[in-house]
Design a binder for this molecule. Structure first.
Ligand code: ACO
Ligand code: ZN
Length: 281
């Protein structure tokens, strides 16, 4: 236990520079040993290569010709774009992203085997290029019907609705696949809060429209949210009763309205008409 505690708590890299931000890190990340003595790392915001010294980054930026993540742009709406990166085709990028992400993710094992994953990178684009805001990873084939492995919004962009956008996006992909999905466990506290928020808003909207006359199975078919996640969300909202050995939805309109008021609106919607994507085969 002690060793584990030390492993997760002792940070090596205290800050990173990424694009126009200097960001304080949250957790340990197992960078290669030659970076053990570094307090600060300098990332190229486009290819995610990292360096020990500012001058190295400046030299790199003069010759790095990427202006967006590698891979395919599968979504564009206004200044927001989403890129799909295949870990097998862009191994170094995938590994760099995992090192970076682990700085903000506790109790997640780092996948060296990036081959098995697709990475969905959300960017804010301007005339200088497409700047990463956050991402999620997804196994190409999941036995457990996971539709998301790790999710991160970079700290300078947190609490602006990007997390819920990424979550919504992961379910839109599942809908296109004709499958239900669920995030890989364990969820962090912030991960659970974000998922609970997303599930709550999506389910309440549908319940309100259908005046509660809908089954958990139908909700799952419409949203690609796994039935267990629907049940736990509705239970926490006290909208489930157990009758004759069955869970039934009891959506009292007054209770629905009270919850809807408390749920708040996520501003950043996924515009499905702007998603151009076919499932991985
Ligand atoms: N304090 C309280 N509630 C919060 C906070 C916070 N600091 N951050 C997010 N929330 C809750 C709120 O309910 C918020 O909704 P609201 O703003 O409407 O009230 C909701 O989460 C989502 O907020 P977003 O702005 O959409 O999410 P954000 O862009 O901040 O991203 C995320 C959420 C991805 C979890 C981010 O906090 C993050 O990257 N954390 C570090 C990495 C992490 O823990 N990832 C999840 C691990 S689990 C997994 O990967 C399967
Ligand atoms: Zn670069």
């Amino acid at each position: 236990l002690r060793e584990h505690e030390e492993f997760t708590k002792v940070k090596n890299i205290a800050t990173i520079e990424l694009g126009r931000y200097e960001i304080e890190t949250w957790y340990f990340s197992p960078f290669p040993p030659e970076y053990n003595d570094c307090l600060k790392l300098y990332f190229c915001e486009f290819c995610l290569n990292f360096m020990k010294r500012k001058e190295q980054l400046q030299r790199h930026m003069r010759k790095c010709d990427l202006k967006h993540p590698p891979g395919d742009e599968i979504y564009r709406s206004g200044t927001l774009s989403m890129f799909e990166v295949d870990g097998k085709k862009n191994k170094v990028y995938g590994q760099n992203l995992c090192y970076l992400a682990k700085l903000f993710l506790d109790h997640k094992t780092l996948y060296y085997d990036v081959d098995l994953f697709l990475f969905y990178i959300l960017c804010e684009c301007d005339e200088r290029g497409c700047h990463m805001v956050g991402y999620f990873s997804k196994e190409k084939h999941s036995e457990e019907s996971y539709n998301l492995a790790c999710i991160l919004t970079l700290p300078p962009y947190q609490r602006k609705g990007y997390g819920k956008f990424l979550i919504a996006f992961s379910y839109e992909l599942s809908k296109k696949e004709g499958k239900v999905g669920t995030p890989e466990r364990p969820l962090s506290d912030l991960g659970l809060l974000s998922y609970r928020g997303y599930w709550t808003r999506v389910l309440l909207d549908i319940l309100k429209k259908h005046k509660g006359n809908i089954s958990i199975k139908e909700l799952s078919d419409m949203t690609a949210i796994k039935a267990e996640d629907i049940l736990s969300t509705l239970q926490s909202l006290e909208l489930i009763q157990y009758r004759k050995g069955q869970h039934v939805i009891c959506a009292d309109p007054k209770v629905l309205d009270r919850h809807l008021k408390a749920a708040g609106r996520g501003g950043l919607e996924v515009d499905v008409s702007k998603l151009i994507w076919t499932p991985y085969k």
